[in-house]
Design a protein around this ligand. Structure first.
Ligand code: ATP
Length: 245
């Protein structure tokens, strides 16, 4: 059997290297003349939290979008639980995004006209869960994140800090295996940043969700088990934050 290498894509189904939940090698992405990512590699284990850091424009979001199956890389491969994302059809990939992945973005991305409860229940509804069950689970999530009182309010009418907690409730409600978070605290003050990161880490650890978090903030990266830096579209692993040496 071929070992996964940078140049040779693995077959459709294969054990990921080292038993990783998600593994990628040799990723490249080009936007016209711009090289957004070049020969990037990434691994994450179940339940692990990895911070992706790097200067503005270095390719962090591009990497996150490729790993999360939102963007298709121009080169390289990504294995999720032994399944090659590159060999999936767009509808298989979007099914995977709904069933196994959670997403949290800087601006939350809530639907402003829907209530916070409806927003939170959305991933479950899209997966075919009945409304009553979906809303009961959504309510539990809102409660555990301290924003139960927003349930009936429209998402467009709550504060930034509340909206980000509702977004977190929505990202975790379907208990994804991996949460992809892109600057999840980028628009919050430092008090709310700390609260959201504390809630995110606690909730992810409780449900065994792995987290990939893109951030500029060393304070945010400090919550992670490990850091990966991106420079000019290339990745580099750093030692575990806080570890000796
Ligand atoms: N859709 C796109 N079309 C054209 N160029 C793009 C597109 N997306 C990203 N790029 C370019 O690719 C490079 C990497 O962008 P990316 O958003 O991944 O960086 P980033 O590290 O996440 O930046 P930031 O920290 O500012 O969000 C940049 O030069 C960017 O301008």
């Amino acid at each position: 059997m071929n070992a996964p290498g940078t140049d040779a894509p693995p077959p459709d189904t294969q054990e990921p290297p080292g038993g990783a939940l998600l593994a990628a090698r040799g990723l490249a992405k080009f936007f016209g003349p711009t090289t957004a990512m070049e020969n990037a590699a990434f691994d994450i284990d179940p339940g692990e939290m990895v911070a992706v850091m790097g200067a503005s424009g270095s390719g962090k979001t591009t990497l996150l979008h490729c790993l999360g199956g939102i963007l298709a890389p121009d080169r390289g491969w990504i294995l999720y639980q032994g399944r090659n994302l590159g060999a999936m059809s767009e509808s298989e990939r979007s099914g995977l995004r709904r069933s196994d992945f959670g997403f949290l973005f800087q601006t939350g991305g809530l639907v402003p006209e829907l209530s916070c409860l409806e927003n939170t229940a959305l991933p479950l509804r899209l997966n075919g869960t009945r409304r009553r069950t979906a809303e009961a689970l959504a309510r539990e999530r809102l409660e555990s994140l301290g924003v139960a009182d927003t349930a009936q309010h429209r998402a467009g009418e709550v504060s930034g800090g509340q909206a980000q907690r509702v977004s977190l409730a929505r990202a975790l409600v379907a208990e994804p295996a991996i949460l992809f978070a892109d600057e999840p605290t980028g628009e919050l003050d430092s008090l709310n940043e700390e609260k959201v990161m504390q809630l995110l880490t606690d909730a992810a650890r409780r449900s065994g969700t792995a987290v990939v978090v893109v951030t500029h903030e060393a304070r945010v990266a400090a919550y992670a088990d490990r850091e990966v830096t991106v420079r000019d579209g290339r990745t580099r692993d750093l030692a575990t934050p806080g570890a000796a040496g």
